[in-house]
Ligand binder design. Structure first.
Ligand code: 2NL
Length: 348
């Protein structure tokens, strides 16, 4: 190679190299261009290797030109690499892009079960009157569930037919929450004012208005000088707090072994106000059982029945929820069907 050829090659390589660098569209392609224009087998390297054979003057001149071409091409490669790296990064970022302004996917919140709503409303009415909430075990012994409540051994409620017994003799699933009130009276002297929400169990055929499990709220007031009119006034206050200030209560004689006298309590219908409608039939909704605590029950708990009197009442939460929300089948409360339950979101 003579100096003129070498000069022409270097200049041609500079032009060819710049073009190839500009044309490279990926980092891999650019690396192939680098090898082709500056690698060991590139024309530029051949010229570089042949310089030693030239006279000093052309060697100096061509050496300078070769360095200049090299640094021009290296500069172009560097710039192009930066560009391609930038757009590779842009593509990556674009793929990973997160739109922080998108609203998040919120978990759907649940809502209170209708029986929970009604239970806490009932309990609240009594706590506002000064009652304390008491709770107790769902497995009870014979004494607290029956004997202390004046339910004699031959009472039908005691048979296997009506109660749910467990394998341990003398224990059963409580048939009413009264057992908790017995415990309250046993553990403190009057005055006793307690309200007891809880599950109770009966051996019953399941249908629209019966189940083997239901929830109850019972109340008990034992003090000096408690009379039947205290019971009536308390029930009236309860009916008005739950169903509106217009409500009246009606008491009819009834029998429960643990009270004397015992009454069945009906509330004037909140829809027709006692006229008669589809919900109530004859204008009255039977809601509670109640009565004056039997003196034998007081004595069973260590209360002096000469000095203290008391009243008690009990009501089923399902029954209240059914009339309040117009639900005609109790089983709906226990099936856990979201289509049913979500209708009570925000209910009161
Ligand atoms: C009903 C009837 C009632 C009671 C519960 C009671 C508790 C004690 C003493 C006396 Cl410790 N009585 N509770 C009294 C009368 C009726 O419930 O139909 N419940 C769903």
């Amino acid at each position: 190679m003579d100096p003129a050829d070498a000069r022409a090659t270097l200049q041609a390589e500079r032009a060819r190299g710049l073009e190839a660098v500009a044309a490279a569209s990926t980092l891999d392609e650019l690396e192939r261009v680098r090898v082709a224009v500056l690698g060991r087998k590139a024309p530029w390297s051949e010229v570089q290797r042949s310089l030693g054979a030239f006279e000093p003057d052309p060697r100096r001149e061509l050496g300078r030109l070769a360095n200049e071409v090299k640094s021009t091409l290296e500069g172009a490669l560097r710039e192009r690499r930066a560009e391609l790296e930038g757009s590779a990064e842009d593509a990556l970022l674009e793929g990973d892009r997160v739109d922080v302004t998108l609203p998040g996917r919120r978990p759907r919140p649940g809502s209170l079960h209708p029986l929970t709503i009604v239970r806490s409303q009932i309990v609240d009415v009594f706590t506002r009157m000064g009652y304390r909430v008491a709770e107790g075990p769902e497995i009870e012994d014979d004494w607290h569930n029956f004997e202390a409540l004046n339910i004699p051994p031959d009472h039908p409620a005691r048979t296997m037919k009506d109660s749910l017994y467990i394998d341990v003799p003398g224990l059963l699933l409580r048939t009413e929450t009264s057992a908790v009130q017995i415990r309250a009276m046993e553990s403190q002297d009057p005055p006793v004012y307690v309200v007891v929400p809880g599950r109770v169990y009966r051996r019953e055929a399941v249908d629209a208005t019966h189940g083997s499990l239901f929830q109850q709220v019972e109340g008990l007031a034992v003090d000096e000088g408690i009379s039947f009119s205290d019971l009536k006034g308390t029930l009236e206050a309860f009916a008005r707090a739950m169903f509106g200030p217009e409500r009246r209560v009606r008491l009819n004689p009834d029998y429960f072994p643990f009270v004397e006298p015992g009454v069945q309590v009906a509330v004037s219908c909140f829809l027709c106000d006692g006229v008669g409608c589809r919900v109530c039939g004859n204008g009255w909704i039977e809601l509670l059982g109640a009565g004056m605590v039997h003196p034998r029950v007081l004595e069973n708990c260590g209360c002096d029945a000469e000095r203290y009197t008391g009243f008690a009442f009990g009501l089923g939460i399902e029954r209240v929820a059914m009339v309040r929300y117009g639900v005609n089948d109790l089983r709906l409360f226990y099936e856990g069907d979201v289509r049913f339950l979500e209708q009570f979101e925000g209910a009161a």
